[in-house]
Design a protein around this ligand. Structure first.
Ligand SMILES: *Cc1c(COP(=O)(O)O)cnc(C)c1O
Length: 348
C-alpha cells in the first residue's frame, strides 16, 4: 500500500473539514495494518485514533503510539481496568459505566449518543438516566454516528439535528463533538463539529452522492505468475470445472486465493492486470491459488499480476472488485488477510 497516498488523503480531509482528524484504524486499519497506518498518519497531527477492540488499542501502544486512542465499541465495566492500563479513552453511555470509570480513577471519556443508527449509545431523546453522572464527571467529548451518510435522503441532517438537541440537554457542552464519517466528510465543508472520523476515505475508497472530494487509491494486491500451462479445447479449470476452454488456452496460476481475501465469488467474474492487459479469472478462486486466462497476452512465469491497483496506465479499484465480488468495499478491504505479506511505499 501507498502510505504517501494515505497521508495525502488525510491532508485532503483536514483541508476540507478544517478540524483535527480522528482517523479510524479499527480492524487493523481496514485490513491494511493499523501500526503502519497510524505511524504514517502521525505527520498530520491527528487528535486521536479510533479502534473497535481493546486489543487493537494495546497494539498501537506497544508500537509506541502515544496519542489518545478512542474505543468506539461499548466497553463492559469489567473491561475498564484493562482499557485504562492501555491509556485508552472509552465511549460510555450508561450511568453505571460513567460512575465505574470515575471511581477507578477517571480520565477522559466520550459520550456515545444514538441519533438513529440504533447500534450503540444512549438515545438522543432519553438522556435523563445519565445526566447526574455526566454532571459529576463531564465527558471530554460526545459523538454520534450516521447510518446513511452516503445517501441523499435527509437522514444526515435529521441525525445532526438530534445530536444538537442532545448536546443542548447536557449540563455543559463537551469540548469535542464529532459525527462525520467519510461519506459525511466528502459532502460538506467545513465540518460543523470539532473533529472528524474518516475511515474508508483514507484507504482510498470514495463514497456516495454529492462527493466534493475523491481520494487517491492506496491499496494494491499483487502476485506473481508461478506456472503457465496450455489446456486443450473443452478442458475445464479449477474446482467444478466451471470454466471451459473454447480454444487452446494459456492458463496462469498465481498464489493468491480466498484465504488471502480474494473472494471466491470473483471466479469467472473479475479480471486482473498483467503485462498491461485485463485478463479474466478462469474458474473459481481456490483457497490458495487463482487461475487466469492469459491466452491473448505475452504474460509468462514471473510476471506480476494485479488484482487491485494500477499497472501500465490501467487500474482496478477496490469499488470495482467489491462490486464484482458481491460485497462492500469495507468487506473487501477487511478481508485482505493477515497471510498476505504487506509492502509499504511512500512512508515518511
Ligand atoms: C467505522 C467508523 C467510522 C468510519 O467510517 P467510514 O465510513 O469508514 O469513514 C466512523 N465512526 C465510527 C463510530 C465508526 O465505527
Amino acid at each position: 500500500m501507498d502510505l504517501g497516498a494515505l497521508v495525502r488523503n488525510a491532508k485532503a480531509v483536514a483541508r476540507q473539514t478544517q478540524v483535527p482528524l480522528l482517523p479510524m484504524v479499527k480492524a487493523d486499519a481496514y485490513g491494511l495494518g493499523a501500526v503502519a497506518v497510524a505511524r504514517a498518519l502521525e505527520q498530520v497531527d491527528p487528535f486521536a485514533y479510533g479502534v473497535a477492540t481493546i486489543t487493537e488499542g494495546e497494539e498501537l501502544r506497544a508500537a509506541g503510539i502515544v496519542r489518545p486512542v478512542l474505543l468506539f465499541t461499548p466497553a463492559r465495566p469489567t473491561d475498564l481496568p484493562r482499557l485504562r492500563a492501555a491509556r485508552m479513552t472509552p465511549s460510555l453511555a450508561t450511568a453505571a459505566g460513567i460512575e465505574t470509570w470515575a471511581a477507578e480513577g477517571g480520565g477522559a471519556w466520550h459520550l456515545a449518543i444514538d441519533t438513529g443508527m440504533h447500534r450503540a449509545g444512549i438515545r438522543w431523546d432519553a438522556l435523563d438516566p445519565i445526566l447526574d453522572a455526566v454532571r459529576r464527571h463531564p465527558p471530554e467529548g460526545a459523538f454520534t454516528h450516521f447510518h446513511s451518510s452516503e445517501l441523499d435522503d435527509g437522514s444526515l441532517e435529521r441525525q445532526d439535528e438530534r445530536f444538537r438537541e442532545a448536546i443542548a440537554c447536557l449540563p455543559a457542552r463537551p469540548r469535542l463533538l464529532h459525527a462525520d464519517n467519510s461519506a459525511a466528510i466528502v459532502r460538506r465543508a467545513p465540518s460543523p463539529w470539532d473533529l472528524v472520523r474518516p475511515g474508508i476515505f483514507l484507504y482510498g475508497v470514495g463514497s456516495g452522492v454529492r462527493a466534493m472530494l475523491q481520494p487517491e487509491s492506496v491499496v494494491g494486491l499483487r502476485a506473481r505468475i508461478l506456472e503457465v500451462r496450455v489446456v486443450r479445447s473443452g478442458e475445464g479449470v479449477s474446482y467444478d470445472a466451471t470454466w471451459r476452454a473454447e480454444r487452446p488456452s494459456r492458463i496462469a496460476t498465481v498464489a493468491c486465493g480466498y484465504a488471502d481475501g480474494l473472494r471466491r465469488q470473483l471466479g469467472n467474474t473479475a479480471v486482473a492486470l498483467v503485462v498491461g492487459t485485463r485478463v479474466p479469472i478462469a474458474g473459481v478462486v481456490t483457497m490458495d491459488m487463482t487461475m487466469l486466462d492469459i491466452t491473448d497476452t505475452t504474460a509468462d512465469v514471473g510476471d506480476v499480476v494485479a488484482f487491485l491497483g494500477a499497472q501500465a496506465g490501467d487500474e482496478l479499484t477496490v469499488e470495482e472488485l467489491a462490486r464484482l465480488g458481491g460485497c462492500s468495499p469495507y468487506e473487501l478491504l477487511t478481508g485482505l488477510r493477515q497471510r498476505l505479506p504487506r509492502f509499504y511505499s511512500g512512508g515518511g
